[in-house]
Design a protein around this ligand. Structure first.
Ligand code: NAP
Ligand code: MG
Length: 490
């Protein structure tokens, strides 16, 4: 019996090499430099920094660094627009602008997708099929709310906008995070000053060009470029009425201290250490797809990534073996290639952080498995990685790695799964895989996190609220709930 050879396992790409399927980028247009966008115009800057393409390490353009004076000019422009044309505009007219922005995003979708991929390193398949369509969907969704706000706040006769919003976003979904912030703020009648992340400011600047084309009144949306200091100046500006921040828990805590004791409203969308919980009665092949999507989508640079896999002990070996098999089909490389599944790590700094934490996992004695593939010689890349033999006390089970690295743990009972899933300071997202609806709903109700997916992962819809518990932050973005913090309603 033992002599009978096993049939050869065939994999996609086993017998032939894929041809390249490059998405052309010749048609995209961007300037060599962008200062800031204030009061409807691009303005110059005294200091500058470069944003690079992490897949090639080439400089794309240079961007201004906003100091106190520039931030102040942007906040003043937003105040004037709030007290002027935007504040006095009928809500139904405001809705038309927001709708127009959504429509124009759709018209320019391919250009935005290519630029997003060039500046941030994510696969074109994702920016084209996920990020940009969701950006447009957010504007359409909130355009619909603008003249129906009384239905969002039952019992409040005349909900009023908050005023000037200072918004700071991260680099993992640059234009999508911008949309999550700008669309509800405008729908409620506020004005905005937003700081994009230092490594990915390009699509925000193209968005500013779109706003000029859309004829949005001057000063309604302003952008100040720069790094953490600019963000800090913006969130601490005394004339900002509401701060909305998406980023790390560490910076979120600093911002919370800054606004403590003031009447500035605050929402924080912070980090996560999500779990995919797989029960033995789950459809395993379907769960494998969800696990792969949960941790390797966008190179794992996802706040709600399923970076911990909790698998019922009886199916651990089967799941790990199927997962390794599926991982071997992932194509890592040029983000502008339409076949690429895993693109470039967003920056050298992030690559260093992932490399360091993977080293910690090895030092702590966890078993590592990385896929065997060639990586491009230039650019920042990291092989999809899983660790088995992980326990909740290991650092790789507790800290957000924000890269394509999965920590696998086991459990024996639903209660143990819940206990382990909840055993982190975060509380953003989880996935549950089970054939039994009652088990799924029971476990979902016991998880301390803002989003729970059942037999799926990473599903987003503008009508559905998103946000965290515990150190993953507070406030919700998306849906009716996403309007609450942009209005005065109590
Ligand atoms: P980060 O370092 O906290 O930066 C986020 C933004 O804040 C960037 O624009 C950053 O500027 C700016 N910033 C840095 N220091 C600041 C300060 N003292 N005051 C004000 N602003 C400051 O986070 P990141 O590394 O870019 O992003 C990754 C994190 O975002 C992860 O933890 C991830 O989980 C989280 N995230 C959460 C969600 C969610 O919805 N919960 C969504 C996406 C990402 P520069 O980067 O330009 O220096
Ligand atoms: Mg960049």
């Amino acid at each position: 019996m033992n002599d009978i050879p096993k049939p050869r396992e065939q994999l996609f790409g086993d017998l032939w090499e894929y041809s390249t399927a490059p998405q052309g980028s010749e048609f995209v247009q961007y300037r060599d430099e962008y200062g800031h966008f204030i009061d409807g115009e691009f303005v110059d800057s005294e200091e500058w920094f470069d944003s690079t393409n992490p897949a090639t390490e080439e400089t794309l353009a240079r961007f201004g660094v906003a100091g106190e004076e520039t931030v102040d000019e942007a906040v003043s422009a937003a105040r004037r627009a709030f007290e002027g044309p935007w504040g006095s505009m009928a809500a139904s007219e405001r809705a038309k602008y927001i709708f127009r922005i959504g429509r124009m995003i759709k018209e320019k979708a391919r250009e935005f997708a290519v630029l997003e991929t060039m500046d941030g390193g994510k696969p074109i398949r994702e920016s084209r099929d996920v990020d940009i369509p969701l950006v447009a969907a957010h504007f359409f969704h909130y355009a619909g709310w603008a003249d129906k706000l009384e239905y969002a706040f039952p019992g409040v006769d005349d909900p009023e906008p908050v005023g000037v919003c200072g918004q700071v976003i991260p680099w993992n979904f640059p234009l999508l995070m911008l949309a999550w912030k700008v669309a509800p703020a405008l729908a409620c009648g506020n004005t905005v000053v937003l700081k994009p992340a230092e490594t990915t400011p390009l699509t925000a600047m193209k968005f500013a060009e779109l706003l000029q084309e859309a004829g949005l009144p001057d000063g309604v949306v302003n952008f100040v470029n720069g790094a953490g200091d600019t963000g800090s100046t913006l969130v601490g500006h005394p004339d900002v009425d509401k701060v909305a921040f998406t980023g790390s828990t560490e910076v979120g805590k600093i911002i919370q201290k800054t606004v403590a004791g003031t009447d500035t409203k605050l929402t924080l969308e912070l980090g996560g250490k999500g779990s995919n919980i797989v029960f033995e009665d789950a459809a395993i092949d379907q769960a494998i797809e969800g696990i792969v999507d949960g941790i390797f989508f966008n190179q794992g640079h996802v706040c709600c990534a399923g970076s911990r896999l909790l698998v019922e002990e009886s199916i651990h070996d089967e799941v790990v073996s199927k997962l390794r098999h599926r991982m071997s089909t992932l194509r890592v490389g040029d983000p502008l290639d339409k076949n690429t599944d895993v693109g470039a790590i967003n920056s050298e700094q992030q690559l260093d952080k992932i490399t360091r934490l993977v080293g910690v996992g090895q030092d702590e004695g966890c078993d590592i498995h990385q896929i065997d593939c060639d990586l491009p010689e230039t650019g920042y890349y990291f092989r999809p990685t899983i660790f088995t033999g992980v326990t909740p006390s290991h650092r790789i089970a507790q800290e957000e790695i924000f890269g394509p690295v999965l920590s696998v743990m086991t459990f024996r009972t639903p209660s143990e799964a819940v206990e382990k899933a909840n055993n982190t300071p975060y509380g953003l997202a989880c996935g549950i895989w089970s054939d039994k609806g009652s088990k799924l709903f029971d476990v979902a109700g016991r998880l301390d996190c803002g989003v729970v997916w059942g037999n799926t992962y990473n599903q987003f819809d503008p009508a559905s609220p998103f946000g965290g518990y515990k150190e993953s932050g507070f406030g919700r973005e998306g849906g009716r709930q996403g309007l609450l913090d942009y209005m005065k309603h109590s």
